[in-house]
Design a protein around this ligand. Sequence first.
Ligand SMILES: [Zn+2]
Ligand SMILES: [Zn+2]
Length: 474
Amino acid sequence: MEKEALYAAVEAHASLLTTLSDKIWGLAELSCREYRSRDAYLEILEEQGFQVETNLAGIATAFSGSFGNGRPVIGILGEFDALSGLSQEAGACSCKPLVPGGSGHGCGHNLLGAAALGAAIALKEAIHAGKLPGTVIFYGCPGEEGCAGKAFMARDGAFRELDAALCWHPGDVNQVTTGSCSASLQVEYTFTGVAAHAAGAPELGRSALDAAELMNVGANFLREHMPRGCALHYSFLDAGGVSPNVVQPTARVLYMLRGENVTQTKALRARLEKVAQGAAMMTETAVASRQIDGTASTVSNPVLEKVLFDNLAQAPMPGYTAEELAYAEKLKSTYPPQGLPGSGVEENAALAAFVAEHSGNGTKALNDFLVPYYPSARKTPGSTDVGDVSWLTPTAQFTAVTWPSGSPGHSWQNVAIGKTSIAHKGMLYAAKALAGAAADLMTDPALRQRAREAFEKATPGGYDCPIGKEVVPE
Ligand SMILES: [Zn+2]
Ligand SMILES: [Zn+2]
């Protein structure tokens, strides 16, 4: 179909989408607590005639809205959770919290979800007008930052029905995402000991804090003997009481484990369990472990990635006013120069040369160009619950410019710019590219077949859900 009709549909809803994005920016609700943000989405989905399902996977803020009939079925993934400690004045050029200690959209998920909804609405209108066959499903995916909402949704049966899933992420370049990211597991270890007067009767005490410290020492020795691609991170949730003169009877440590895939990450957990038990044995305390969540690695789908690239190239790329450029320049001056923008550009000389030329060697404040597409097998260390979706259906994603070049992730700078016309432009551009890509897939069975074949080839063992059956989303 003509893409112009889809682009026009996105533009026709520009005010609805920017209002929604700004509202979510202001609410800045944390992972799996996005109640008012969910309500804002549900109101629009219902108004727009989508069939809504709520409470997916037992998560109050997970939902979907579908429109159309039969195959093909294309899913568009939306996120909308914020980050704690990142409250920030919109449009400011320095770190100015609006609410001290409050939360903020430092990962741009206010834009992420709004663009995904914009694409879904444009596709719905085309389906309604008889220009596109099949069904579009918008997924409201909570807790990307904290509770792996999509992984719970995947565990409980979502996404399998799709012919493809598409998504995007705010960023500092227009670039298709390729390669794979790590699998992850979060496991909480609770040590229980016996309280006693630390000086008067230390022989009667059994320190849970000692146990937790010894576990961390053991884990730090384990690091040397982990397979390449594995990582360990931990934080104390409870270090006992605040009185040094008490043998601490409780301690809790949260571990995040990473590996190249779910199998490797689960094997790492089995070794860490032994470290925890050893620490408990040494201190004569008890330890209990419980999984909090987990995510799978991402499966790259070069066929879908090319479709996204073509549509990023076709959709009209935003230009910027002198005022917008000046603001982005100011923000860019608040962090050190970051070199060439884009992920993995250094892997390929031609790609690096292109990006160097178009970004002025990374000096341009807003990267108003599309990074050429090169499929890559690179593995990035981070994790995302988009990975779980990518094991169930052909999935691809891209980044679009909403931030100044080199802007750090999860930063006040990203919150500050997230409500400006620069961010809105990137959001609408992303909506158009997503809608265009979905339309290509809906109208071209051979293309869907090729995407499916690439998916089957890359997932021979099928989906091994990283989250155990007993784990309840929190
Ligand atoms: Zn994030
Ligand atoms: Zn994010």
